[in-house]
Every structure is written in structure tokens, then in C-alpha cells.
Design a protein around this ligand. Structure first.
Ligand SMILES: [Zn+2]
Ligand SMILES: [Zn+2]
Length: 436
């Protein structure tokens, strides 16, 4: 069977199975779980993959897994990724009443696509046309919620990084994966031209308490320190270049405890996002200087705790072009766009730093992601077409001698795994400032 026959047969068979595919996607919608607690979702997937005769390696990055299907012929190892987690959106129609977790980012639909792509691609009559190895990878914790729980896992030494894909890279899951792809739910078919990366920053201001009415002159007001630092951070904004897509945003988890006491401790948590590791470093250093300046100005102390989050996403245009061709084949009437920049972040960025990767959006959802309005409106597009994209991309990459897969796998990446791990650790630091 030639490649185009194999592709059109795939589309026919997946259309035939659409009721089953949609039902399993809707089942996953009803079991949303938070980062590193995705036990039911992982269990559902493992049962499905083992049912296909695959051996599943479990407990990778706590709740993640990987199942390989070897063709028996030499070629690249293609990682097909699916994200396991939901996020906290209590008023979502399918939120878990106990945990408030909901699939308000649509990870269940892309994850379901990965499971059904596995079912189709590992059938012997399909696998016999391919070369190399297929690696189906379930990745935990893309949303990184809830943070205190993840921080406790880091403190216990069970995790090195917050993001599931970062943790899997550190554990060696990607060592023998040559190229990787995943899909993300959305309202349109497109491939992004990039995503911002980010560093998480906890800014701590330490002053001195005093009676706020009787003798405020004896105190050092930690709120004053914090708001001056905030004003200086805001004043930095015109030093950021448009092309670096810098975004700085945060909230105040600790802002004093009593109205009649000069507060001696405040905390401002923020995220610094930008489009390259260099731009993140530059903006982050400017924030640190503002925090230091506040300590000097008020005669108090301040501290910055930096935890690196995700790397920016690097696009691979040959990979995007291959995907675009298949989307146009499956959904010729729906618009397809390339080159949309996403100022948000994904840990697929981390994978793209070390391996040629595809992170593409598929249509079928309506509403705004991360809110209660985000739901699959066109179920065929959301649940069935997404499987077709993964299947057709895989056929293109691995058909015959896997010539296209080998070519994309050989594209240069910004970093090696070792350089990536080193960069992640060098971004994570604690800096303490006093008025000296
Ligand atoms: Zn999300
Ligand atoms: Zn998402």
C-alpha cells in the first residue's frame, strides 16, 4: 500500500470509529486531575495501551508513562506526547466538586487523540509500512497546579522541576527520542511561531514592626518597600524590546497581618516571561535590582527566590509544514494559520530546546481557555480530526525508510540535554539584599 492509500484508509477507519473515540474523550473530560495527581487518567491510559499489547513504563515523573512500539526496522524514535493534567476552574461544567480541577485547557482531547493514534498505528497492517519506533508518552503537570503540593514534592526530593516534561527530560525519558510532537485544543487550526518561557519569582521584603499609630517612626514598612519595588518594576517596561514579548505579572500572597502594626514582612509572587532565555535573564535581573533598591531605600532587607519555569518554544518550520499539509487534507474548508506568537508558556518549549518538536493547535473548542467557557463545541473536529493529524503526521514521518522523520530529527536544536539542565539550574537562585 502506498503512503497516500495508507493515509486515506486511516481517515476512513477513524471516521468509522468516531463514536468510540468521542466517548473516550468525553470520559477523560469527566476525570480531571491536578499536577502529579493524575492517577486515574494515567490508569485509564495504561489499561488502553496494555490492551493494545504494548508494554508501559509507569511512574515516570511520578504519574507519567511511556509505551514503545518498535517496527523492527531502523529509523528514528518519534515521541507522540499527550498531557495528563487539568487545572483549577471551580465553575467549569465538568469540574471535580472535591478538587475543583477541570479540563479547561482541553488536555483531555489531545491526550485522547494520542491514545487513539496508538490504537491505529500499532495495528500490524499499519506498523509494517513504517520504520523506527513510536513512543507514546503521557506527560504530567503542564499547568503546575497546585503549587504548594509540587513544592513539597521538590523538597522531598521526588522532583527536580515543576513541569512534567522538564522532569521527564531530567529522568532521561527523552534521551532516545529523536523528535517529538503533541497537539493542543483550541478554536482554530494553527501552528505557533513561538511561546514565551518564564521564571517564577518570590520577592520577600523584610522590615521592622512597630505600633502603626503610636510610633511608626520606629518601624520599617515592608508594604512601602514592596510598592516602591513594584513601581520601579513597572518603570522598567519601556526598556523591553517588542520582539522579546516580555510580560511581568503577579499577586500578593502576604501583605501584612494587622491594621495597627507596621508590617515587617510582605511577599510578592510574580512571573517574568519572555521569548528567549537571554531576554528572560535580562528582565529577571532588572526585577532583582528593583528589589535590592527597595532594601537600600528603606534600610530593610529583601530577598529574591528564583525558580525557573519553562523554556520558550522554538518552532521547526519543516515540521510545521508537514503538519499543515495533513490538516489541509483532513479539514480543507477550515482556515489554517502559521506564525501566531503565543505570549503564554508551555513545557513543550523545554522539549523543543533539545529535540525537533511540533506543538500544533486543533479546532473544535469554543470559549476562552482556562475559563468555565472552554468546551468542545464541534466534537468531530475536537476528538476525531485530532487523531487523524497525529496518525497522518506519523505516516509521513516514518513511512518506508522514515526518510522525512530522519531529516526532521537531524535539524539543529538550541541546546543539548546537558546544556538544558545546566541552564535550568543556573536560572534558579536565591539572592539576599540588605541596606549595605
Ligand atoms: Zn493551559
Ligand atoms: Zn494547555
Amino acid at each position: 500500500m502506498d503512503k497516500s492509500e495508507l493515509k486515506s484508509l486511516a481517515c476512513q477507519l477513524l471516521d468509522r470509529d468516531q463514536v468510540k473515540i468521542i466517548a473516550s474523550g468525553e470520559k477523560l473530560l469527566r476525570m480531571p486531575e491536578l499536577s502529579y495527581k493524575e492517577n486515574r487518567t494515567a490508569g485509564f491510559a495504561v489499561e488502553h495501551l496494555e490492551g493494545l499489547g504494548l508494554k508501559v513504563k509507569k511512574g515516570l515523573a511520578i504519574t507519567g508513562f511511556r509505551a514503545d512500539a518498535a517496527t523492527g526496522r531502523p529509523g528514528p524514535t518519534l515521541g507522540i506526547l499527550g498531557e495528563l493534567d487539568g487545572l483549577i476552574v471551580p465553575n467549569h461544567a465538568f469540574a471535580d466538586p472535591a478538587t475543583h480541577a477541570a479540563h479547561a485547557c482541553g488536555h483531555h482531547a489531545a491526550f485522547n487523540a494520542m491514545l487513539h493514534a496508538a490504537a491505529y498505528l500499532t495495528a500490524p497492517e499499519v506498523l509494517q509500512h513504517l520504520s523506527g519506533t513510536l513512543a507514546f508518552v503521557g506527560t504530567p503537570s503542564e499547568e503546575c497546579q497546585d503549587q504548594p503540593y509540587i513544592a513539597s514534592l521538590v523538597r522531598q526530593g521526588k522532583l527536580e522541576f515543576f513541569g512534567g516534561k522538564s522532569q521527564m527530560i531530567a529522568e532521561g525519558v527523552f534521551d532516545d527520542i529523536d523528535l517529538a510532537m503533541m497537539l493542543h485544543a483550541g478554536s482554530a487550526n494553527f501552528t505557533p511561531s513561538g511561546f514565551n518561557g518564564f521564571v517564577m519569582k518570590r520577592l520577600i521584603f523584610k522590615g521592622r514592626s512597630a505600633h502603626a499609630g503610636a510610633c511608626p517612626e520606629r518601624g520599617i514598612n515592608a508594604i512601602s518597600m514592596m510598592r516602591c519595588a513594584m513601581a520601579m518594576i513597572d518603570a522598567q517596561r519601556d526598556t523591553f524590546r517588542d520582539e522579546d514579548h516580555v510580560r511581568i505579572h503577579g499577586y500578593i500572597p502576604e501583605g501584612g497581618e494587622a491594621v495597627n502594626v507596621v508590617p515587617d514582612n510582605t511577599v510578592f509572587t510574580l512571573q517574568v516571561r519572555a521569548g528567549s532565555p537571554e531576554a528572560i535573564e535580562d528582565a529577571s535581573a532588572k526585577v532583582d535590582r528593583c528589589v535590592r533598591a527597595a532594601a537600600i531605600a528603606f534600610g530593610g532587607e529583601s530577598e529574591v527566590q528564583n525558580i525557573f519555569g519553562f523554556m520558550p518554544l522554538v518552532p521547526y518550520s519543516d515540521f510545521d509544514a508537514l503538519h499543515e499539509e495533513n490538516v489541509r487534507l483532513v479539514a480543507p474548508d477550515a482556515p489554517f494559520t502559521r506564525g501566531i506568537y503565543r505570549p503564554s508558556s508551555t513545557d513543550m518549549g523545554d522539549v523543543s530546546m533539545i529535540r525537533p518538536s511540533l506543538h500544533a493547535y486543533f479546532r473544535g473548542f469554543e470559549g476562552s481557555a482556562h475559563t468555565d467557557t472552554f468546551l468542545a463545541a464541534d466534537k468531530k473536529a475536537a476528538y476525531v480530526d485530532s487523531v487523524k493529524y497525529l496518525v497522518l503526521n506519523t505516516i509521513d514521518l516514518l513511512y518506508g525508510d522514515a526518510e522525512k522523520g530522519l531529516r526532521i530529527a537531524s535539524l539543529p536544536t538550541p541546546m543539548s540535554k546537558q546544556e538544558y539542565i545546566k541552564a535550568m539550574h543556573s536560572f534558579s537562585s536565591v539572592k539576599k539584599f540588605s541596606n549595605q
